[in-house]
Every structure is written in structure tokens, then in C-alpha cells.
Ligand binder design. Structure first.
Ligand SMILES: Cc1ncc(COP(=O)(O)O)c(C=O)c1O
Length: 359
């Protein structure tokens, strides 16, 4: 269901995961912070996890609060990966309604939103970005669609997966105003925000009760295996999500690792530097062999290769996994997550060879 290579395909191809370099997931390229291993060793495996994730929520509040803005614990919700948060959200805001509600998605985007809305039985509206205009959306058209259809939720991924488009505060406010006037909730998925070179202060959006921010800790800190994400929203929204979340959904190892990762304040600057230098290198190399790369503000790039499925399989034969974007409706593009520089060097060499064979 997700774009990366699954165990069944690996077996069919006679490959082992450890023999592959996976560029299909876009996570911090420097591995998890050292301290998380020790932190996890302190977990008592015979005790149930804290269902309220108290210590982690307190740490998130400390991490995000500044002298001018305090984030209160009642506005923080922790999930088993941000994926769980999207599924809870659609159950609370869509499935609970007599008509199963309406969702507006800004596409092409992360497929799980559509999947979760479908499971809720909702009517799904898509506002499709214009590929000819750097995958930008017509936000005036989005506002009109919202005011005419009154969706219960509007989901925007910022920066967007897979296009890397990053909306500025004014653009998000157009969506927020329209969603507020329609009585809905604007969900801003910031899964890749940590790797934007010049992010704006989206926490200012917490002054708006109609906005919810969702963040993934699995990508920032390279701990996708643990499943950890959080949402920042009004107390009312947090209470509603909590009511639908099974107790102990977020296990103790993930909670401890999350606290430890957030306390390692030197980690993210290092991870960001690693992304920026490897991304510059890879983009430069691929452009130099004539491949088109739309601007991306995230820690992945789209590459226009022509036949994405073919490129994926040719690169897989060289031990490199990239994301074929056909399921996003972009069959001419692959998405490449930024890995350490040496891995990107290997990919650049392999893509140069592939480009010579497919021409
Ligand atoms: C945009 C986006 N949001 C959320 C997620 C899910 O992240 P998590 O690991 O926190 O469930 C992904 C995973 O690929 C993603 O691309």
C-alpha cells in the first residue's frame, strides 16, 4: 500500500532488505539519536505504557514553548505514528456523521489521507495541483470549493509529499479562513517540516481553533520502526481524538525514545545539514545529466524520468530503491528521499548509467 518495497516483492525478487539502499522513504539521513537506545533500555517491558503519554507530551510542550508562546499539555495529542492520527481524525470528523462527511484533499499527496477518508465512507473532493506551474494549487479555487461544499476536514501536507511544495503563511491562511467559515477543521501535515531550509513559524496557527498541526517524529529522528507522531490542536479536538484512541496505542519504547530524541537538541541541526548538502549534490548531478527536478523544499526530490516504473526496476537491479510516483498520478516521476552523501553519490552514478541505457 505504501510506495516502499515490501517483504513479498523482496522475496519474489530474491533480494534482502539489508542489501538495498532505500531512497523511497524520506527520513533523517543520520540514523536515530544515540541516546534513544539507552533510554529504551530503561523501559520496564512488564508494565503497560502510559496511555496519556504524559512525560512525552510535557517534553513536547517544553520543546515547542518559547518566552512569548507557551504550549499547554492539553493541546498535545500523541499517536502511534502520525498515521494513527489521520485515521482517528477521519473516524471522529467523518465516520461519525450521518452522511459520513466530506473531506477536501490537496493532491497529489500522501495516499493515507485518501485511504483513511475512504475507510470512513466520506465523500472526497480533490483539488489537483498544476504540474505546469511547479505543482502549485489555485488557492482561490480551493477557498471557493470549501465555501461551496463545506468539507468537515481539509488536509494539506506542508511541505507536500511528493511535490515538495511549501505554502507560506498567507497561503495557509487562505485555507484556514475558508475552512473556519465553512465550520470545518484544517489539518496541516508537517511530517517533513524539520527539513525545510527556511521554515516559517507555523505554531502561530495554534491561535486558530480551526487548525490542527500534525508532526511525525519517525522521520525527524529516523525511528520509523517505533511509530510516533503528535498533533497540536485545540483542547476540544484533542479530547475528541483521545476518546477514539485505544489505550496503550503508543508503546513505552516509542514514548521513551521520543523524550530522549527531543532532549537531544544538537541532533536536528546535524540532520538538517546532512540533508542540505546531500540534496544539493544529488540535484546538481541529476540536473547535469538532463533530468528535470521541480523545486522541493523537503528532504526528497521529484525527478522526471519518463517511465517511472521502468526506472524503478532498473535501479532496483542495482540495489537502489526509489519511489515510482504512478500511484500519486505522476507516472513520469520518481521520488528520491535524501540519504547520506555517499549513498547519494552511488545513486547519481547509477542514474547516470540508467539514463544512458534508456535514451
Ligand atoms: C506526508 C506524510 N505524513 C505522514 C506520514 C506517516 O508518518 P508516520 O511514520 O508518523 O506515521 C508519511 C509517511 O510517509 C507522510 O509521507
Amino acid at each position: 500500500m505504501h510506495g516502499n518495497i515490501g517483504p513479498t516483492e523482496l522475496r519474489a525478487l530474491g533480494l534482502k532488505r539489508e542489501d538495498l539502499l532505500d531512497f523511497s522513504a524520506s527520513i533523517s539521513p543520520i540514523g536515530p539519536p544515540e541516546g534513544v537506545w539507552n533510554a529504551m533500555r530503561s523501559v520496564d517491558l512488564s508494565s503497560y505504557p502510559d496511555p496519556e503519554c504524559l512525560e512525552l507530551r510535557e517534553t513536547i510542550c517544553r520543546h515547542l514553548s518559547t518566552s512569548s508562546r507557551q504550549i499547554s499539555i492539553g493541546r498535545v495529542f500523541v499517536g502511534n505514528g502520525s498515521t494513527e492520527i489521520f485515521h482517528l481524525l477521519t473516524r471522529v470528523y467523518l465516520a461519525g456523521r450521518p452522511d459520513n462527511g466530506i473531506a477536501l484533499l490537496m493532491t497529489p499527496t500522501y495516499g493515507e489521507y485518501d485511504g483513511a477518508c475512504r475507510l470512513a465512507g466520506a465523500k472526497i473532493l480533490n483539488l489537483v495541483a498544476d504540474a505546469a506551474k511547479d505543482f502549485s494549487w489555485d488557492l482561490g479555487a480551493a477557498a471557493k470549493l470549501i465555501s461551496e461544499n463545506k468539507p468537515n476536514i481539509v488536509i494539506i501536507c506542508n511541505p507536500n509529499n511528493p511535490t515538495g511544495v511549501y505554502l507560506d503563511p498567507q497561503e495557509i491562511e487562505i485555507l484556514a479562513d475558508a475552512t473556519r467559515d465553512a465550520g470545518g477543521l484544517l489539518v496541516v501535515d508537517e511530517a517533513y517540516l524539520a527539513f525545510v531550509a527556511e521554515p516559517w513559524d507555523s505554531l502561530a496557527l495554534m491561535d486558530r481553533p480551526e487548525v490542527m498541526l500534525v508532526r511525525s517524529m519517525t522521520k525527524d529522528y529516523a525511528q520509523t520502526a517505533l511509530r510516533l507522531g503528535y498533533a497540536l490542536a485545540s483542547e476540544e479536538v484533542v479530547t475528541r481524538l483521545r476518546a477514539f484512541q485505544p489505550d496503550w496505542s503508543v508503546n513505552s519504547l516509542a514514548q521513551k525514545a521520543g523524550v530522549s530524541a527531543l532532549e537531544d537538541t544538537e541532533y536536528l541541526p546535524r540532520a538538517r545539514e546532512a540533508v542540505f548538502s546531500a540534496k544539493d549534490f544529488l540535484s546538481g548531478e541529476l540536473k547535469s545529466i538532463g533530468l528535470e527536478i521541480p523545486n522541493s523544499e523537503a528532504n526528497f526530490i521529484l525527478v522526471k524520468v519518463g517511465d517511472a516504473a521502468k526506472w524503478r526496476s532498473l535501479l532496483l537491479a542495482k540495489g537502489l530503491v526509489v519511489r515510482d510516483c504512478t500511484s500519486f498520478g505522476l507516472p513520469e516521476f520518481i521520488r528520491v528521499g535524501i540519504r547520506p552523501l555517499s549513498d547519494c553519490q552511488r545513486l547519481a552514478t547509477a542514474m547516470t548509467q540508467v539514463s544512458e541505457t534508456v535514451r
